[in-house]
Design a protein around this ligand. Structure first.
Ligand code: HOZ
Length: 431
């Protein structure tokens, strides 16, 4: 009989000390009617909680752990750099090395600035876009999430969608007055808004594959239309590749869909599981960033040596021949298995997948934007989540998050997951 007592005790203590007992909202598991478990350790595809329960993990720290947890090459690199110190607040060789690696991988990035999170990357990218264009307004898309900076908390995905809230108190109306949020994958609306307001748009920011409203791929022509229209009106196109960078292919979604954005934002994988973000783009744009240019952005821990070492070690593993092919194979195995499990149990479900990012929506209609995603049966999802959890499958505790497959997921892990899904869904269909 499994117990969760140590996690329950820790959560009780945490609730007195930390808002909601957690340091990021979704992990509180409220939308699936549960309390979180506290993680003791992780290895490969598995997590172990404070009570010793083991899980096959499909969160992967929300994306970074593409190699699996505690990969030996990454832990070794961290260990070696630790001997040199933990933070210098001064330039270090590893920053140059990772900048070279990212620029080599992503041709649209000619210069890059390392920061400490995806949120920092996107908020800095917007500042640069505003500084370069001299315009204030930005366009984002409903259900996309670009971190928690003020400008982005309009019709946002991820935790904002999970909590079912429109935005956030504390965000001045004068700030969000400069943000337009449009339906994802809706070419006509986008083109007509650009026709009317294109001259005042500083930037269009998009998740090229949306991973914060569940998983929603770009429709044919969506990203190329964003590219054409932004170029036409002198607005900058920003790809938020915090999730997709080095995930859907080594060169990210921009390589997969063959689009060159003006600015690209990264996070997650480039930090190998440590707190890292990055933004980069064309030389003429990035040369506007201080101290080369007037747009100010700074950070004490930016380019931290340990984080850079973890990122470099991760990217080196990803460069090995056959890496993405193998990941594609196991991700396809999972998605096909989930589709079969849904069909066999008579469950209305949509499985979306791009590479190793997968989304399962409990709805009977195709999901190509946030409104579609919201047709999902959230109560049924919560019940599905709990049944999977009981079977040792650790999914994102929200209908509006993606699932990440790593290189450490074996066929055995995936088949066990499909088997668990079939059992869980069949129990749900009986009720
Ligand atoms: N907002 C992130 C997921 N898209 C992190 C959620 C969490 O850690 O709670």
């Amino acid at each position: 009989m499994k117990t969760y007592q140590k996690s329950a005790d820790l959560f009780e203590r945490a609730k007195h000390l930390i808002p909601g007992g957690v340091n990021s909202p979704v992990r509180a598991c409220r939308s699936v009617g549960m309390s979180p478990v506290f993680i003791e350790k992780a290895m490969g595809s598995k997590l172990v909680d404070a009570d010793g329960n083991e899980y096959i993990d499909y969160i992967g720290s929300w994306g970074p752990m593409i190699l699996g947890h505690a990969h030996p090459a990454v832990t070794k690199a961290i260990g070696q750099v630790l001997k040199r110190g933990t933070s210098f607040g001064a330039p270090v060789d590893l920053e140059v090395e990772i900048a070279e690696m990212i620029i080599d991988a992503v041709p649209a990035v000619e210069k890059i600035r390392m920061v400490n999170s995806g949120t920092e990357a996107t908020m800095s990218a917007i500042r640069v876009a505003r500084g370069v264009t001299g315009r204030n307004t930005i366009i984002k898309f409903d259900g996309c999430y670009h971190g928690h900076a003020d400008s982005f908390l309009v019709a946002a995905g991820s935790g904002v969608a999970t909590l079912g809230i429109a935005g956030s108190p504390g965000v001045p109306e004068t700030v969000i007055a400069h943000t337009l949020s449009l339906p994802y994958n809706d070419l006509d609306t986008f083109v007509s808004v650009m026709k009317k307001s294109g001259d005042s748009i500083a930037a269009v920011i998009v998740e090229p594959v949306a991973g914060n409203m569940g998983l929603v791929p770009p429709a044919a022509g969506f990203l190329s239309t964003l590219r054409q229209e932004t170029a036409k009106y002198g607005s900058l196109l920003i790809f938020d590749e915090v999730m997709t960078g080095f995930r859907v292919s080594y060169g990210g979604a921009q390589e997969l869909y063959d689009i060159d954005p003006d600015i690209s934002c990264f996070g997650k994988i480039v930090g190998g599981g440590l707190p890292v973000g990055a933004y980069g783009g064309r030389k003429d744009i990035m040369s506007q960033v201080a101290p080369e240019g007037p747009v100010y952005q700074a950070g004490t821990l930016s380019g931290n040596p340990i984080a850079m070492a973890a990122g470099i070690a991760t990217l080196k593993e990803l460069m090995k021949p056959g890496f993405y092919e193998a990941l594609e194979k196991s991700s396809a195995r999972l998605a096909q298995g989930l589709e079969k499990a849904a069909a066999k149990t008579g469950t209305s479900a949509v499985i979306n997948r791009v590479g190793s990012m997968v989304g399962l929506f409990l709805t009977n209609q195709p999901v190509s934007n946030f409104a579609d995603a919201k047709t999902s049966d959230l109560d049924k999802f919560a019940a599905y989540y709990r049944k999977m959890f009981q079977r040792g499958i650790y999914l994102a505790p929200s209908q509006f998050e993606a699932l990440f497959v790593s290189a450490a997921h074996s066929d055995q892990d995936i088949d066990a997951t499909i088997h668990a899904a079939e059992e869980a869904l069949s129990e749900l269909s009986i009720k």
